[in-house]
Design a protein around this ligand. Structure first.
Ligand SMILES: Nc1nc2c(ncn2[C@@H]2O[C@H](COP(=O)(O)OP(=O)(O)OP(=O)(O)O)[C@@H](O)[C@H]2O)c(=O)[nH]1
Ligand SMILES: [Mg+2]
Length: 305
């Protein structure tokens, strides 16, 4: 099942940077070397078995943009399932940015009425910390108003912290067809092993695709932090030609296990009961594999239809 994803926004807003970090193993620093994208760069990302994201990274220089809206209009805006529009928060040309965004929505409205729309207010690291909330709320309100009659979901992002993972996890989450079933199974699994929390990560990107929480946790950014940290660690492993397989982190208060799970996922299980030895949890994880592998297969074959 192929889903066409348009990545748009003005030149230099950070589209190719985020795509390279999430899908091509770049680290943030490397993106400084990226050149401007010429016309449209296509890439296919295989995601959870049969789900393939067909990314159209559309170079944002004005000459290209004008072209998308005129001679390439049908080609670009037909059969779009997701539009991700990236705004540089530091842009000095807000009006113009909004104007292009609206032209884009108009074309979507004509050609792909059902597309899901996401706006990323990007490069938030450049805004003083105490201003971020205020500016984001302002921009979000503007964009929701400008998007009518379509709905848009806004995220604040930066390649320099975990917010990028949060945004892309949420976007991908909305594209996975059997996400509810996955969640129900994860809930059952968490109950059986008596975990505080269980997370499921997509294997290649390490984006969180499902989770079940049974105990409160004060850090609302923990998923993205873990994604970010483990992905960096995985990259370090691969530089040594070693494949990351599993890890166990433990202190007096908790134990966390990260392990390869199905062909497309890693799992993380957090436990706080000191009475339960590691071996038991590891066996439980191993035993759950078959069930989740089956779930994935079933959803893959139904997606393939
Ligand atoms: N400070 C900061 N810089 C960023 C961020 N994301 C990207 N950049 C920088 O912005 C510059 C331009 O990024 P690109 O990804 O090439 O921009 P683009 O949107 O693909 O531009 P076009 O291909 O011309 O449309 C690069 O030097 C990146 O390092 C961010 O979150 N914060
Ligand atoms: Mg680019």
């Amino acid at each position: 099942m192929k889903k066409k994803v348009l990545l748009m926004g003005k030149s230099g807003s950070g589209k190719t940077s985020m795509r390279s970090i999430i899908f091509a193993n770049y680290i943030a620093r490397d993106t400084r070397r990226l050149g401007a994208t010429i016309d449209v760069e296509h890439s296919h990302v295989r995601f959870l078995g049969n789900l393939v994201l067909n990314l159209w990274d559309c170079g944002g220089q004005e000459a290209f943009m004008e072209n998308y809206f005129a001679s390439q209009r049908d080609n670009i805006f037909r059969n779009v399932e997701v539009l991700i529009y990236v705004f540089d928060v530091e842009s000095r040309e807000l009006e113009k940015d909004y104007h292009y965004y609206q032209s884009c929505l108009e074309a979507i409205l004509q050609n792909s009425r059902e597309a899901k729309i996401f706006c990323l207010i990007h490069k938030m690291d450049l805004v003083a910390e105490d201003q971020r909330d205020i500016i984001f709320k302002e921009r979000e309100a503007d964009l929701i108003r400008l998007s009518k009659p379509l709905d848009c979901t806004c995220f604040r992002t930066s390649i320099w912290d975990e917010t990028l993972y949060r945004a892309w996890s949420s976007i991908v989450y909305m594209l996975i067809p059997n996400v509810k079933e996955l969640e129900t199974s994860l809930q059952q699994f968490a109950n059986i092993v008596d975990a505080d929390e269980v997370l499921l990560f997509e294997r290649a990107t390490f984006l969180v695709i499902s989770h079940c929480q049974r105990k409160e946790h004060r850090d609302v950014h923990r998923f993205e932090k873990v994604s970010n940290i483990i992905k960096q660690f995985k990259l370090s492993c691969s530089k040594l030609a070693a494949q990351f397989q599993s890890m166990e982190v433990r202190n007096a208060l908790f134990a966390a296990y990260i392990d390869m799970f199905t062909s497309n996922t890693y799992v993380m299980v957090c436990m706080s009961d000191p009475q339960i030895p590691s071996e038991v949890t590891l066996i439980n994880i191993r035993n759950a594999r078959k069930h989740f592998e089956l779930l994935e297969k079933v959803s893959n074959s139904s997606m393939g239809r």
